[in-house]
Design a protein. Structure first.
Lengths: 425, 175
Protein backbone atom coordinates (compact mmCIF):
# COMPACT_ATOMS: atom_id res chain seq x y z
CA UNK A 1 0.00 0.00 0.00
CA UNK A 2 2.87 2.33 0.91
CA UNK A 3 4.35 1.55 -2.51
CA UNK A 4 1.18 2.40 -4.40
CA UNK A 5 0.26 5.59 -2.52
CA UNK A 6 3.74 7.13 -2.61
CA UNK A 7 4.09 6.10 -6.23
CA UNK A 8 0.85 7.77 -7.28
CA UNK A 9 1.23 10.95 -5.23
CA UNK A 10 4.75 11.68 -6.42
CA UNK A 11 4.06 10.76 -10.01
CA UNK A 12 1.12 13.14 -10.14
CA UNK A 13 3.48 15.82 -8.82
CA UNK A 14 5.62 15.39 -11.98
CA UNK A 15 8.57 13.83 -10.16
CA UNK A 16 10.50 11.82 -12.80
CA UNK A 17 9.14 8.26 -12.86
CA UNK A 18 12.60 6.71 -12.40
CA UNK A 19 13.19 8.89 -9.31
CA UNK A 20 9.86 7.77 -7.80
CA UNK A 21 10.72 4.11 -8.34
CA UNK A 22 14.16 4.69 -6.85
CA UNK A 23 12.71 6.43 -3.80
CA UNK A 24 10.30 3.56 -3.18
CA UNK A 25 12.95 0.86 -3.56
CA UNK A 26 15.69 2.61 -1.55
CA UNK A 27 13.38 3.46 1.36
CA UNK A 28 11.72 0.06 1.32
CA UNK A 29 15.00 -1.86 1.24
CA UNK A 30 16.51 0.22 4.03
CA UNK A 31 13.51 0.66 6.34
CA UNK A 32 11.22 -2.35 5.94
CA UNK A 33 13.56 -5.03 4.57
CA UNK A 34 16.60 -3.94 6.60
CA UNK A 35 18.97 -4.98 3.82
CA UNK A 36 22.10 -3.08 2.68
CA UNK A 37 20.74 -0.72 -0.05
CA UNK A 38 23.77 -1.50 -2.20
CA UNK A 39 21.54 -4.22 -3.66
CA UNK A 40 19.56 -1.42 -5.38
CA UNK A 41 22.74 -0.09 -7.03
CA UNK A 42 23.67 -3.58 -8.15
CA UNK A 43 20.17 -4.28 -9.52
CA UNK A 44 20.23 -0.92 -11.35
CA UNK A 45 23.57 -1.64 -13.01
CA UNK A 46 22.70 -5.20 -14.02
CA UNK A 47 19.08 -4.27 -14.90
CA UNK A 48 20.11 -3.11 -18.36
CA UNK A 49 23.03 -5.50 -18.88
CA UNK A 50 21.14 -7.38 -21.58
CA UNK A 51 21.57 -7.85 -25.31
CA UNK A 52 17.80 -8.23 -25.73
CA UNK A 53 17.23 -4.66 -24.49
CA UNK A 54 19.48 -3.33 -27.22
CA UNK A 55 16.54 -3.78 -29.62
CA UNK A 56 15.07 -0.58 -28.08
CA UNK A 57 17.88 1.81 -29.12
CA UNK A 58 18.32 0.01 -32.43
CA UNK A 59 14.70 0.24 -33.56
CA UNK A 60 14.49 3.86 -32.36
CA UNK A 61 17.65 4.71 -34.28
CA UNK A 62 16.49 2.88 -37.41
CA UNK A 63 13.15 4.77 -37.37
CA UNK A 64 14.90 8.13 -36.98
CA UNK A 65 17.42 7.34 -39.72
CA UNK A 66 14.65 6.33 -42.12
CA UNK A 67 12.78 9.53 -41.35
CA UNK A 68 15.81 11.67 -42.17
CA UNK A 69 16.63 9.65 -45.28
CA UNK A 70 13.46 10.90 -46.92
CA UNK A 71 11.86 7.50 -47.46
CA UNK A 72 8.62 8.95 -46.10
CA UNK A 73 8.15 10.90 -49.36
CA UNK A 74 8.59 7.72 -51.36
CA UNK A 75 6.09 5.81 -49.23
CA UNK A 76 3.54 8.62 -49.38
CA UNK A 77 3.88 8.83 -53.15
CA UNK A 78 3.35 5.08 -53.55
CA UNK A 79 0.30 5.12 -51.25
CA UNK A 80 -1.05 8.06 -53.26
CA UNK A 81 -0.72 6.16 -56.54
CA UNK A 82 -2.46 3.13 -55.05
CA UNK A 83 -5.29 4.78 -53.08
CA UNK A 84 -5.50 8.42 -54.17
CA UNK A 85 -8.04 7.98 -56.99
CA UNK A 86 -11.15 7.30 -54.90
CA UNK A 87 -13.41 9.91 -53.18
CA UNK A 88 -11.66 11.03 -50.00
CA UNK A 89 -8.55 9.38 -51.45
CA UNK A 90 -5.94 11.28 -49.47
CA UNK A 91 -7.56 10.12 -46.22
CA UNK A 92 -6.99 6.50 -47.26
CA UNK A 93 -3.51 7.40 -48.47
CA UNK A 94 -2.77 8.83 -45.03
CA UNK A 95 -3.78 5.60 -43.26
CA UNK A 96 -2.14 3.38 -45.89
CA UNK A 97 1.17 5.27 -45.79
CA UNK A 98 1.22 5.03 -41.98
CA UNK A 99 0.67 1.29 -42.22
CA UNK A 100 3.53 0.91 -44.70
CA UNK A 101 5.78 3.07 -42.52
CA UNK A 102 4.72 0.99 -39.49
CA UNK A 103 6.17 -2.08 -41.14
CA UNK A 104 9.58 -0.38 -41.19
CA UNK A 105 9.48 1.62 -37.97
CA UNK A 106 8.22 0.81 -34.53
CA UNK A 107 7.79 4.37 -33.31
CA UNK A 108 4.51 6.31 -33.43
CA UNK A 109 6.28 9.62 -32.81
CA UNK A 110 8.58 9.05 -35.80
CA UNK A 111 5.43 8.55 -37.88
CA UNK A 112 3.79 11.71 -36.48
CA UNK A 113 6.68 14.03 -37.20
CA UNK A 114 7.95 12.38 -40.39
CA UNK A 115 4.96 11.34 -42.45
CA UNK A 116 2.61 13.71 -40.58
CA UNK A 117 4.17 16.82 -42.07
CA UNK A 118 3.82 15.53 -45.65
CA UNK A 119 0.31 14.15 -45.14
CA UNK A 120 -1.22 17.25 -43.55
CA UNK A 121 0.32 19.53 -46.18
CA UNK A 122 -0.98 17.36 -49.06
CA UNK A 123 -4.48 17.05 -47.56
CA UNK A 124 -5.01 20.71 -46.72
CA UNK A 125 -3.70 21.78 -50.13
CA UNK A 126 -6.17 19.40 -51.79
CA UNK A 127 -9.07 21.07 -49.94
CA UNK A 128 -9.60 18.67 -47.01
CA UNK A 129 -10.49 20.45 -43.79
CA UNK A 130 -7.52 20.95 -41.50
CA UNK A 131 -9.10 19.32 -38.44
CA UNK A 132 -9.90 16.11 -40.29
CA UNK A 133 -6.48 16.04 -41.98
CA UNK A 134 -4.77 16.36 -38.60
CA UNK A 135 -7.11 13.83 -36.98
CA UNK A 136 -6.54 11.09 -39.54
CA UNK A 137 -2.79 11.77 -39.35
CA UNK A 138 -2.72 11.53 -35.55
CA UNK A 139 -4.99 8.47 -35.41
CA UNK A 140 -2.97 6.57 -37.98
CA UNK A 141 0.27 7.01 -36.01
CA UNK A 142 -1.08 4.57 -33.42
CA UNK A 143 -0.65 1.71 -35.87
CA UNK A 144 3.19 2.06 -35.93
CA UNK A 145 3.80 0.19 -32.64
CA UNK A 146 1.24 -2.52 -33.49
CA UNK A 147 2.31 -3.55 -37.00
CA UNK A 148 5.78 -5.09 -36.53
CA UNK A 149 8.45 -4.08 -35.75
CA UNK A 150 7.44 -2.34 -32.53
CA UNK A 151 9.51 -0.74 -29.78
CA UNK A 152 6.65 -1.00 -27.28
CA UNK A 153 6.26 -4.73 -27.98
CA UNK A 154 10.02 -5.18 -27.47
CA UNK A 155 9.76 -3.44 -24.08
CA UNK A 156 6.83 -5.67 -23.14
CA UNK A 157 8.60 -8.80 -24.43
CA UNK A 158 11.71 -8.11 -22.36
CA UNK A 159 9.69 -7.20 -19.25
CA UNK A 160 7.37 -10.21 -19.52
CA UNK A 161 9.96 -12.66 -20.84
CA UNK A 162 7.67 -13.28 -23.83
CA UNK A 163 8.84 -14.14 -27.35
CA UNK A 164 9.37 -10.95 -29.37
CA UNK A 165 8.90 -12.85 -32.64
CA UNK A 166 5.55 -14.11 -31.32
CA UNK A 167 4.52 -10.61 -30.23
CA UNK A 168 5.44 -9.17 -33.63
CA UNK A 169 3.30 -11.82 -35.35
CA UNK A 170 0.51 -11.14 -32.84
CA UNK A 171 0.45 -7.46 -33.77
CA UNK A 172 -0.11 -8.06 -37.46
CA UNK A 173 -3.87 -8.80 -37.55
CA UNK A 174 -4.79 -6.12 -34.95
CA UNK A 175 -2.69 -3.61 -36.93
CA UNK A 176 -4.55 -4.43 -40.15
CA UNK A 177 -7.87 -4.21 -38.28
CA UNK A 178 -6.93 -0.78 -36.97
CA UNK A 179 -6.08 0.38 -40.49
CA UNK A 180 -9.37 -0.95 -41.82
CA UNK A 181 -11.36 0.66 -38.97
CA UNK A 182 -9.71 4.03 -39.56
CA UNK A 183 -10.43 3.78 -43.29
CA UNK A 184 -14.10 3.29 -42.39
CA UNK A 185 -14.04 6.64 -40.57
CA UNK A 186 -12.41 8.20 -43.65
CA UNK A 187 -15.19 6.74 -45.83
CA UNK A 188 -17.92 8.02 -43.51
CA UNK A 189 -16.40 11.50 -43.21
CA UNK A 190 -15.69 11.82 -46.95
CA UNK A 191 -19.30 10.96 -47.80
CA UNK A 192 -20.59 13.44 -45.26
CA UNK A 193 -18.35 16.22 -46.55
CA UNK A 194 -18.71 15.21 -50.21
CA UNK A 195 -14.96 15.04 -50.89
CA UNK A 196 -14.19 14.38 -54.54
CA UNK A 197 -11.78 11.84 -55.95
CA UNK A 198 -8.13 12.70 -56.44
CA UNK A 199 -6.28 12.16 -59.69
CA UNK A 200 -5.95 8.47 -60.51
CA UNK A 201 -2.37 7.45 -61.14
CA UNK A 202 -1.59 5.67 -64.38
CA UNK A 203 -0.13 2.18 -64.34
CA UNK A 204 3.26 3.61 -65.42
CA UNK A 205 3.23 6.18 -62.60
CA UNK A 206 2.35 3.51 -60.04
CA UNK A 207 5.16 1.32 -61.32
CA UNK A 208 7.68 4.17 -60.99
CA UNK A 209 6.42 4.95 -57.47
CA UNK A 210 6.76 1.28 -56.55
CA UNK A 211 10.33 1.08 -57.83
CA UNK A 212 11.23 4.28 -55.91
CA UNK A 213 9.82 2.76 -52.70
CA UNK A 214 11.13 -0.75 -53.33
CA UNK A 215 14.32 -0.57 -51.27
CA UNK A 216 12.60 0.86 -48.15
CA UNK A 217 9.82 -1.71 -48.58
CA UNK A 218 12.44 -4.43 -48.28
CA UNK A 219 13.03 -3.45 -44.63
CA UNK A 220 10.14 -5.45 -43.17
CA UNK A 221 11.01 -8.42 -45.35
CA UNK A 222 14.54 -8.53 -43.97
CA UNK A 223 13.91 -7.39 -40.40
CA UNK A 224 10.63 -9.03 -39.45
CA UNK A 225 11.12 -11.93 -41.87
CA UNK A 226 14.54 -12.50 -40.32
CA UNK A 227 13.07 -12.75 -36.83
CA UNK A 228 10.18 -15.00 -37.85
CA UNK A 229 12.39 -17.38 -39.79
CA UNK A 230 14.62 -17.69 -36.73
CA UNK A 231 17.69 -16.19 -38.42
CA UNK A 232 17.87 -13.06 -36.26
CA UNK A 233 17.14 -12.26 -32.65
CA UNK A 234 15.13 -9.02 -32.25
CA UNK A 235 18.27 -7.07 -31.29
CA UNK A 236 20.22 -8.40 -34.25
CA UNK A 237 17.30 -7.51 -36.51
CA UNK A 238 17.35 -4.00 -35.00
CA UNK A 239 21.09 -3.71 -35.66
CA UNK A 240 20.49 -4.89 -39.21
CA UNK A 241 17.69 -2.33 -39.67
CA UNK A 242 20.16 0.38 -38.59
CA UNK A 243 22.76 -0.91 -41.05
CA UNK A 244 20.19 -1.04 -43.87
CA UNK A 245 18.90 2.48 -43.10
CA UNK A 246 22.50 3.76 -43.09
CA UNK A 247 23.24 2.09 -46.43
CA UNK A 248 20.08 3.64 -47.93
CA UNK A 249 20.73 7.09 -46.46
CA UNK A 250 24.49 7.36 -47.02
CA UNK A 251 25.26 5.23 -50.07
CA UNK A 252 22.04 4.85 -52.11
CA UNK A 253 20.00 8.04 -51.69
CA UNK A 254 22.90 10.13 -50.29
CA UNK A 255 20.54 12.23 -48.19
CA UNK A 256 22.18 11.66 -44.79
CA UNK A 257 25.02 13.98 -43.81
CA UNK A 258 27.56 13.01 -41.10
CA UNK A 259 26.39 15.89 -38.87
CA UNK A 260 22.82 14.63 -39.16
CA UNK A 261 23.91 11.10 -38.23
CA UNK A 262 25.55 12.43 -35.05
CA UNK A 263 22.32 14.29 -34.20
CA UNK A 264 20.21 11.20 -34.83
CA UNK A 265 22.56 9.08 -32.69
CA UNK A 266 22.28 11.55 -29.84
CA UNK A 267 18.49 11.89 -30.04
CA UNK A 268 18.08 8.11 -30.13
CA UNK A 269 20.49 7.69 -27.20
CA UNK A 270 18.51 10.18 -25.10
CA UNK A 271 15.14 8.63 -25.98
CA UNK A 272 16.42 5.12 -25.24
CA UNK A 273 18.17 6.13 -22.01
CA UNK A 274 14.90 7.59 -20.75
CA UNK A 275 13.27 4.15 -21.04
CA UNK A 276 16.34 2.17 -20.00
CA UNK A 277 16.67 4.20 -16.78
CA UNK A 278 13.15 3.20 -15.78
CA UNK A 279 13.89 -0.43 -16.69
CA UNK A 280 17.14 -0.27 -14.68
CA UNK A 281 15.57 1.05 -11.48
CA UNK A 282 12.46 -1.09 -11.84
CA UNK A 283 14.75 -4.13 -11.41
CA UNK A 284 15.06 -3.31 -7.71
CA UNK A 285 11.31 -2.66 -7.41
CA UNK A 286 10.67 -6.03 -9.05
CA UNK A 287 13.01 -7.68 -6.55
CA UNK A 288 11.05 -6.06 -3.70
CA UNK A 289 7.68 -7.03 -5.17
CA UNK A 290 8.79 -10.64 -5.46
CA UNK A 291 10.20 -10.60 -1.92
CA UNK A 292 6.84 -9.37 -0.58
CA UNK A 293 5.06 -11.79 -2.97
CA UNK A 294 2.91 -8.93 -4.28
CA UNK A 295 2.19 -10.34 -7.77
CA UNK A 296 1.19 -13.74 -6.34
CA UNK A 297 -1.05 -12.21 -3.67
CA UNK A 298 -2.63 -9.91 -6.24
CA UNK A 299 -3.21 -12.85 -8.60
CA UNK A 300 -4.90 -14.82 -5.82
CA UNK A 301 -7.03 -11.79 -4.92
CA UNK A 302 -8.17 -11.17 -8.49
CA UNK A 303 -8.96 -14.83 -9.16
CA UNK A 304 -10.85 -14.95 -5.88
CA UNK A 305 -12.91 -11.95 -6.94
CA UNK A 306 -13.62 -13.07 -10.52
CA UNK A 307 -11.90 -16.02 -12.19
CA UNK A 308 -13.30 -14.95 -15.58
CA UNK A 309 -10.37 -13.84 -17.80
CA UNK A 310 -12.64 -11.59 -19.90
CA UNK A 311 -13.77 -9.62 -16.84
CA UNK A 312 -10.12 -9.27 -15.82
CA UNK A 313 -9.08 -8.07 -19.27
CA UNK A 314 -11.96 -5.58 -19.55
CA UNK A 315 -11.11 -4.15 -16.15
CA UNK A 316 -7.45 -3.99 -17.13
CA UNK A 317 -8.42 -2.13 -20.30
CA UNK A 318 -10.22 0.55 -18.33
CA UNK A 319 -7.25 1.00 -15.98
CA UNK A 320 -4.79 1.14 -18.88
CA UNK A 321 -6.92 3.60 -20.87
CA UNK A 322 -6.95 5.95 -17.87
CA UNK A 323 -3.22 5.50 -17.19
CA UNK A 324 -2.47 5.93 -20.90
CA UNK A 325 -4.13 9.35 -20.89
CA UNK A 326 -1.59 10.58 -18.35
CA UNK A 327 1.53 8.53 -18.94
CA UNK A 328 3.76 7.46 -21.83
CA UNK A 329 3.40 3.83 -22.88
CA UNK A 330 6.87 2.57 -21.92
CA UNK A 331 6.76 3.29 -18.17
CA UNK A 332 3.24 1.88 -17.88
CA UNK A 333 4.36 -1.34 -19.58
CA UNK A 334 7.46 -1.61 -17.41
CA UNK A 335 5.58 -1.02 -14.14
CA UNK A 336 2.31 -2.84 -14.75
CA UNK A 337 3.50 -5.99 -16.56
CA UNK A 338 5.37 -7.68 -13.68
CA UNK A 339 2.42 -7.05 -11.33
CA UNK A 340 -0.38 -8.37 -13.54
CA UNK A 341 1.35 -11.04 -15.62
CA UNK A 342 1.19 -13.81 -12.96
CA UNK A 343 -2.56 -13.22 -12.51
CA UNK A 344 -3.12 -13.23 -16.27
CA UNK A 345 -1.14 -16.43 -16.79
CA UNK A 346 -2.96 -18.09 -13.89
CA UNK A 347 -6.24 -17.33 -15.66
CA UNK A 348 -4.98 -18.90 -18.87
CA UNK A 349 -4.39 -15.63 -20.75
CA UNK A 350 -1.52 -15.92 -23.19
CA UNK A 351 1.33 -13.40 -22.57
CA UNK A 352 1.36 -12.53 -26.30
CA UNK A 353 -2.37 -11.70 -26.21
CA UNK A 354 -1.91 -9.61 -23.07
CA UNK A 355 1.06 -7.74 -24.57
CA UNK A 356 -0.57 -6.77 -27.86
CA UNK A 357 -3.75 -5.75 -26.02
CA UNK A 358 -1.78 -3.60 -23.58
CA UNK A 359 0.22 -1.88 -26.30
CA UNK A 360 -2.84 -1.16 -28.49
CA UNK A 361 -4.59 0.25 -25.44
CA UNK A 362 -1.68 2.51 -24.53
CA UNK A 363 -1.34 3.72 -28.12
CA UNK A 364 -4.83 5.24 -27.83
CA UNK A 365 -3.35 7.24 -24.93
CA UNK A 366 -0.83 8.72 -27.37
CA UNK A 367 -3.61 10.67 -29.08
CA UNK A 368 -5.71 11.66 -26.07
CA UNK A 369 -5.43 14.78 -23.92
CA UNK A 370 -4.00 15.97 -21.59
CA UNK A 371 -0.52 14.68 -22.46
CA UNK A 372 -0.77 12.42 -25.56
CA UNK A 373 2.54 12.74 -27.31
CA UNK A 374 1.30 12.23 -30.90
CA UNK A 375 -1.69 14.49 -30.22
CA UNK A 376 0.65 17.36 -29.39
CA UNK A 377 3.17 16.56 -32.12
CA UNK A 378 0.48 16.48 -34.83
CA UNK A 379 -1.37 19.53 -33.43
CA UNK A 380 1.90 21.45 -33.71
CA UNK A 381 2.50 20.31 -37.29
CA UNK A 382 -1.12 21.14 -38.27
CA UNK A 383 -1.02 24.46 -36.36
CA UNK A 384 -4.27 23.79 -34.50
CA UNK A 385 -4.85 23.47 -30.76
CA UNK A 386 -4.54 20.04 -29.18
CA UNK A 387 -8.09 20.31 -27.85
CA UNK A 388 -9.50 21.04 -31.32
CA UNK A 389 -7.59 18.06 -32.66
CA UNK A 390 -8.92 15.87 -29.83
CA UNK A 391 -12.50 16.83 -30.80
CA UNK A 392 -11.83 15.95 -34.44
CA UNK A 393 -10.39 12.62 -33.28
CA UNK A 394 -13.65 11.55 -31.57
CA UNK A 395 -14.79 9.07 -34.30
CA UNK A 396 -11.30 7.58 -34.38
CA UNK A 397 -11.36 7.01 -30.60
CA UNK A 398 -14.60 5.09 -31.08
CA UNK A 399 -13.29 2.75 -33.79
CA UNK A 400 -9.97 2.20 -32.04
CA UNK A 401 -11.77 1.22 -28.83
CA UNK A 402 -13.98 -1.14 -30.87
CA UNK A 403 -10.83 -2.82 -32.27
CA UNK A 404 -9.41 -2.96 -28.74
CA UNK A 405 -12.57 -4.65 -27.48
CA UNK A 406 -12.52 -7.08 -30.41
CA UNK A 407 -8.95 -8.22 -29.73
CA UNK A 408 -9.66 -8.36 -25.99
CA UNK A 409 -12.70 -10.60 -26.33
CA UNK A 410 -11.48 -12.66 -29.32
CA UNK A 411 -7.90 -13.68 -28.40
CA UNK A 412 -7.54 -15.64 -31.64
CA UNK A 413 -7.29 -12.32 -33.52
CA UNK A 414 -3.97 -11.84 -31.75
CA UNK A 415 -2.66 -15.33 -31.05
CA UNK A 416 -4.00 -17.07 -34.17
CA UNK A 417 -0.95 -16.26 -36.32
CA UNK A 418 1.68 -16.83 -33.59
CA UNK A 419 0.00 -20.15 -32.83
CA UNK A 420 0.10 -21.15 -36.49
CA UNK A 421 3.83 -20.42 -36.58
CA UNK A 422 4.48 -22.27 -33.33
CA UNK A 423 5.16 -19.28 -31.02
CA UNK A 424 2.08 -19.99 -28.89
CA UNK A 425 0.91 -23.40 -27.73
CA UNK B 1 34.34 36.47 -11.28
CA UNK B 2 32.00 33.95 -9.66
CA UNK B 3 31.38 30.51 -11.16
CA UNK B 4 27.87 30.12 -12.59
CA UNK B 5 26.64 26.55 -11.83
CA UNK B 6 24.29 26.48 -14.84
CA UNK B 7 27.12 27.38 -17.20
CA UNK B 8 29.46 24.87 -15.56
CA UNK B 9 26.82 22.15 -15.95
CA UNK B 10 26.14 23.15 -19.57
CA UNK B 11 29.87 22.88 -20.35
CA UNK B 12 30.15 19.52 -18.58
CA UNK B 13 27.12 18.04 -20.32
CA UNK B 14 28.27 19.33 -23.73
CA UNK B 15 31.31 17.10 -23.23
CA UNK B 16 29.16 14.22 -21.94
CA UNK B 17 27.01 14.58 -25.08
CA UNK B 18 29.97 13.71 -27.32
CA UNK B 19 31.01 10.82 -25.07
CA UNK B 20 27.43 9.51 -25.30
CA UNK B 21 27.43 9.79 -29.10
CA UNK B 22 30.81 8.02 -29.34
CA UNK B 23 29.81 5.19 -26.99
CA UNK B 24 26.42 4.80 -28.72
CA UNK B 25 28.07 4.74 -32.17
CA UNK B 26 30.62 2.18 -30.90
CA UNK B 27 27.80 -0.01 -29.56
CA UNK B 28 25.97 0.15 -32.90
CA UNK B 29 29.22 -0.71 -34.72
CA UNK B 30 29.91 -3.66 -32.38
CA UNK B 31 26.39 -5.05 -32.83
CA UNK B 32 26.50 -4.61 -36.63
CA UNK B 33 29.95 -6.30 -36.63
CA UNK B 34 28.39 -9.20 -34.77
CA UNK B 35 25.55 -9.56 -37.28
CA UNK B 36 27.86 -9.21 -40.30
CA UNK B 37 30.48 -11.62 -38.90
CA UNK B 38 27.85 -14.22 -38.14
CA UNK B 39 25.66 -14.01 -41.24
CA UNK B 40 28.02 -12.72 -43.93
CA UNK B 41 31.38 -14.27 -42.96
CA UNK B 42 29.91 -17.18 -41.05
CA UNK B 43 32.44 -16.83 -38.22
CA UNK B 44 30.88 -14.99 -35.27
CA UNK B 45 33.12 -12.72 -33.23
CA UNK B 46 32.85 -13.76 -29.60
CA UNK B 47 33.53 -10.43 -27.96
CA UNK B 48 31.21 -8.05 -29.84
CA UNK B 49 28.10 -8.81 -27.78
CA UNK B 50 29.92 -8.25 -24.51
CA UNK B 51 31.46 -5.00 -25.74
CA UNK B 52 28.06 -3.76 -26.97
CA UNK B 53 26.46 -4.57 -23.58
CA UNK B 54 29.15 -2.75 -21.61
CA UNK B 55 28.95 0.27 -23.93
CA UNK B 56 25.17 0.34 -23.51
CA UNK B 57 25.56 0.65 -19.73
CA UNK B 58 28.09 3.47 -20.22
CA UNK B 59 26.12 5.63 -22.67
CA UNK B 60 22.78 5.01 -20.91
CA UNK B 61 24.03 6.36 -17.60
CA UNK B 62 25.90 9.21 -19.31
CA UNK B 63 22.68 10.17 -21.11
CA UNK B 64 20.72 10.00 -17.85
CA UNK B 65 22.89 12.87 -16.58
CA UNK B 66 22.03 14.93 -19.66
CA UNK B 67 18.32 14.09 -19.34
CA UNK B 68 18.32 15.12 -15.66
CA UNK B 69 20.01 18.44 -16.43
CA UNK B 70 17.74 19.16 -19.41
CA UNK B 71 14.64 18.26 -17.33
CA UNK B 72 13.68 15.64 -19.89
CA UNK B 73 13.38 12.55 -17.72
CA UNK B 74 10.02 10.85 -18.32
CA UNK B 75 7.41 12.21 -15.91
CA UNK B 76 3.65 12.55 -15.61
CA UNK B 77 3.41 16.22 -16.45
CA UNK B 78 -0.37 16.75 -16.66
CA UNK B 79 -0.45 18.64 -13.35
CA UNK B 80 2.70 20.58 -14.14
CA UNK B 81 1.19 21.78 -17.42
CA UNK B 82 -1.81 23.20 -15.59
CA UNK B 83 0.21 25.15 -13.02
CA UNK B 84 1.66 28.66 -13.25
CA UNK B 85 3.94 30.89 -11.22
CA UNK B 86 5.10 29.83 -7.77
CA UNK B 87 3.16 26.56 -7.77
CA UNK B 88 4.76 25.56 -11.05
CA UNK B 89 8.21 26.35 -9.65
CA UNK B 90 7.49 24.52 -6.41
CA UNK B 91 6.51 21.34 -8.27
CA UNK B 92 9.66 21.58 -10.40
CA UNK B 93 11.76 22.08 -7.27
CA UNK B 94 10.17 19.02 -5.63
CA UNK B 95 11.14 16.80 -8.57
CA UNK B 96 14.69 18.09 -8.69
CA UNK B 97 15.03 17.96 -4.89
CA UNK B 98 13.96 14.33 -4.73
CA UNK B 99 16.17 13.57 -7.73
CA UNK B 100 19.11 15.13 -5.93
CA UNK B 101 18.53 13.07 -2.78
CA UNK B 102 17.69 9.66 -4.24
CA UNK B 103 19.81 9.64 -7.41
CA UNK B 104 22.61 11.08 -5.24
CA UNK B 105 22.12 8.20 -2.80
CA UNK B 106 22.22 5.69 -5.66
CA UNK B 107 25.36 7.36 -7.06
CA UNK B 108 27.07 6.96 -3.69
CA UNK B 109 25.99 3.31 -3.50
CA UNK B 110 27.34 2.79 -7.03
CA UNK B 111 30.75 4.14 -5.99
CA UNK B 112 30.70 1.62 -3.12
CA UNK B 113 29.91 -1.06 -5.71
CA UNK B 114 32.96 0.04 -7.74
CA UNK B 115 35.16 -0.53 -4.66
CA UNK B 116 33.55 -3.88 -3.87
CA UNK B 117 33.93 -5.20 -7.45
CA UNK B 118 37.61 -5.86 -6.69
CA UNK B 119 39.42 -7.92 -9.29
CA UNK B 120 36.42 -9.49 -11.08
CA UNK B 121 36.65 -9.29 -14.88
CA UNK B 122 34.16 -9.75 -17.74
CA UNK B 123 34.24 -13.22 -19.42
CA UNK B 124 35.60 -12.58 -22.93
CA UNK B 125 37.17 -9.13 -22.99
CA UNK B 126 38.41 -9.40 -19.39
CA UNK B 127 37.34 -5.83 -18.67
CA UNK B 128 37.39 -5.21 -14.89
CA UNK B 129 33.87 -5.24 -13.45
CA UNK B 130 34.84 -2.08 -11.52
CA UNK B 131 35.12 -0.18 -14.82
CA UNK B 132 31.63 -1.23 -15.82
CA UNK B 133 30.20 -0.09 -12.49
CA UNK B 134 32.22 3.11 -12.78
CA UNK B 135 30.14 4.04 -15.83
CA UNK B 136 27.05 3.76 -13.65
CA UNK B 137 28.62 5.71 -10.79
CA UNK B 138 29.95 8.49 -13.01
CA UNK B 139 26.67 8.84 -14.91
CA UNK B 140 24.60 8.96 -11.74
CA UNK B 141 27.02 11.47 -10.20
CA UNK B 142 26.52 13.62 -13.30
CA UNK B 143 22.75 13.29 -12.92
CA UNK B 144 23.02 14.29 -9.24
CA UNK B 145 24.94 17.40 -10.29
CA UNK B 146 22.26 18.15 -12.92
CA UNK B 147 19.47 17.85 -10.33
CA UNK B 148 21.42 20.08 -7.92
CA UNK B 149 21.89 22.82 -10.52
CA UNK B 150 18.22 22.67 -11.54
CA UNK B 151 17.12 22.81 -7.91
CA UNK B 152 19.27 25.88 -7.39
CA UNK B 153 17.65 27.52 -10.44
CA UNK B 154 14.14 26.49 -9.29
CA UNK B 155 14.62 27.84 -5.77
CA UNK B 156 15.96 31.15 -7.07
CA UNK B 157 12.97 31.48 -9.39
CA UNK B 158 10.65 30.47 -6.57
CA UNK B 159 12.02 33.28 -4.42
CA UNK B 160 11.84 35.86 -7.21
CA UNK B 161 8.40 34.54 -8.36
CA UNK B 162 9.41 34.25 -11.99
CA UNK B 163 6.95 32.48 -14.33
CA UNK B 164 8.68 30.12 -16.75
CA UNK B 165 5.45 29.09 -18.50
CA UNK B 166 4.32 25.56 -19.29
CA UNK B 167 6.64 22.81 -20.49
CA UNK B 168 5.41 21.28 -23.72
CA UNK B 169 4.70 17.56 -23.60
CA UNK B 170 6.60 17.00 -26.85
CA UNK B 171 9.78 18.13 -25.16
CA UNK B 172 9.52 15.55 -22.44
CA UNK B 173 9.71 12.13 -24.02
CA UNK B 174 9.91 10.18 -27.23
CA UNK B 175 8.29 6.80 -26.74
Amino acid sequence: MFYIISLLALMIAAVPIAVVLLLVSLLNVTISAGVDPIIVAQQTATGIDSFALMAIPFFLLAAELMNRTGITDRIFHLANCLLGGVPGGLGYVNVGASMMFASMSGSAVADAVGLGRIEIKAMTEAGYDRDFSAAVTAASTTVAPIIPPSISLVIYGVTAGASIGGLFLGGLVPGLLMGFAMMLVVYWHSRRKGYGAGVSASWAETRVAFVRALLPLFTPVIVVGGIWSGIFTASEAGAFAVLYALILGVLVYRTLKPKEIAEVLFDSALASANILFIIAVSGAVGWLLTMHQVPMKLAAMIIDWSPDPQVFLLLLNVILLVLGCFMAAAPVIIMITPIILPAAVAMGIDPVHLGVMMVLNLMIGLITPPVGLCLFAVAEVAEISALRLARALAPFYVVLVVVLLAITLVPELVIGLPRYFGYVK
Amino acid sequence: MTLNPTRAAAALFALVKWLTILAFAAMVTAAIAQVVSRYVFNSPLGWTEELARILMIWWTFAAIGILAFRRKLLAVDAVLLALRGRRHQAVLALGNGLGLIFVGWLAWLSWRLVQLAGTQVSPSLEIPQAWIYMGVALGLSGATFGFAVNLWVDLRRLVSNEDTGPIKATERSDV
